[in-house]
Design a protein around this ligand. Structure first.
Ligand SMILES: *Cc1c(COP(=O)(O)O)cnc(C)c1O
Length: 361
């Protein structure tokens, strides 16, 4: 077994489970007895197709994806979904509703505005993205093409504990940073998307789970590569998919199942989040301003009440083998703890933060 020296709290790409890294290493040169690396086989070969089917089956099992939903293995990151969602789902509707919970919701709205009127149904901007905003009475439009929400806004550290009620309007979720971290009710959504480099594997792959009635006529100027129907009809093999990223996702899904499934992931995230927020709330040095009920279990943004110590904090963390704790400069510090973060990484983080505070008391 490999011994980790460094734990990464990066918002993504993030850590992979040790067992998955070892498996990749062990089968890299000769995959499934083909005498070739998984990096070298055709996406139209039998072993690859079989692996793609197994990966989809694994995802369906874990998430309990109902019949009548398709799973697509796409590229372009969550960013491309910011555009593909309106291009494919608008039909002849003129507007879409968006919940605004921070940076990632804003990025999603920027793209949607190219194609339709964006109705901000609820926003937490005026309070500094410190909560999940509740829509005012009548602010959700029954004629909207869809309602979009960011299930876990990775930068502001705000997470929905359950999906918003969209009535009969199709509900769309960006779950890039919390898919597979707990049980969800897929059937309450018309479409869910997530990039893979946080909880599911490595960069390059984007998962889309959509209800079949969302395979509508896309806007006429939509490139075929951006049309969900094209990918659904070709079984995600319209062009060359991100073969290696799909392979890694398959290994991660199998690892999640072995670890006890989404219930086990949920328990770990609850424990990890409790430890870190508990330390922050008891400290005189650290602070997190998100309302307790809406705090992300996955991404914990925090600040030092003495901001001049931030640089030193980061160096102190690095020296303790805890990397990527700096958000981008505007965001201060942030600890991202995805599925592959082991509890001993969380323990090291909490010990290091307590020690830093002692040294600077
Ligand atoms: C990381 C992230 C994105 C961006 O993903 P890309 O793959 O870089 O396009 C979008 N939304 C959320 C919620 C994210 O966490």
């Amino acid at each position: 077994m490999m011994e980790r020296r460094v734990f990464s709290f990066s918002p993504g790409p993030a850590m992979l489970p040790d067992a998955v890294l070892e498996q990749i290493r062990d089968e890299l040169a000769d995959w499934r007895g083909t005498g070739l690396s998984v990096l070298e086989v055709s996406h139209r070969s039998d072993p690859f197709r079989e692996m793609l089917e197994q990966t989809e089956a694994g995802l369906r099992r874990l998430l309990d994806v109902p019949a009548g939903y398709r799973v697509l293995f796409l590229q372009g990151g969550a960013h491309l979904q910011f555009a593909m969602v309106p291009l494919n789902l608008l039909g002849d509707r003129a507007s879409a509703d968006y919940f605004c919970t921070g940076y990632w919701s804003q990025r999603a709205m920027e793209d949607a505005r190219q194609y339709c009127r964006v109705n901000v149904a609820a926003s937490a901007e005026s309070t500094g993205f410190d909560r999940v905003p509740a829509p005012a009475h009548g602010s959700l439009d029954p004629d909207a093409a869809y309602v979009h929400y960011t299930a876990n806004d990775t930068a502001s550290g705000v997470e929905f504990t359950s999906e918003p009620d969209a009535g009969s309007v199709p509900l769309v979720a960006d779950m890039s940073s919390n898919l597979l971290t707990r049980r969800i009710d897929v059937s309450r959504h018309a479409l869910i998307y997530a990039c893979a480099q946080k909880n599911i594997g490595i960069a390059g792959l984007t998962l889309v789970i959509l209800r079949e009635d969302m395979l509508r006529a896309a806007k006429p100027f939509t490139p075929r590569m951006l049309d969900y129907r094209v990918h659904a009809e070709s079984g995600s093999l319209f062009n060359t998919p991100c073969t290696f990223a799909i392979y890694v996702a398959g290994l991660v899904l199998a690892w999640i199942e072995r670890e006890g499934g989404l219930e086990a992931m949920e328990r770990r995230h609850a424990e990890a989040a409790a430890r870190v927020y508990d330390l922050i709330d008891r400290s005189a040095l650290y602070e997190n301003r998100v309302r307790a009920a809406d705090r992300s279990r996955i991404n914990v943004p925090f600040r030092l009440r003495r901001p001049e110590l931030e640089r030193e904090f980061h160096a102190f963390a690095q020296a303790a083998g805890l990397s990527h704790l700096r958000g981008n400069l505007a965001l201060g510090l942030r600890a991202s703890m995805y599925n592959a973060m082991p509890m001993r990484g969380v323990e090291r983080l909490v010990e290091m933060m307590a020690e830093f505070e002692r040294v600077h008391a």
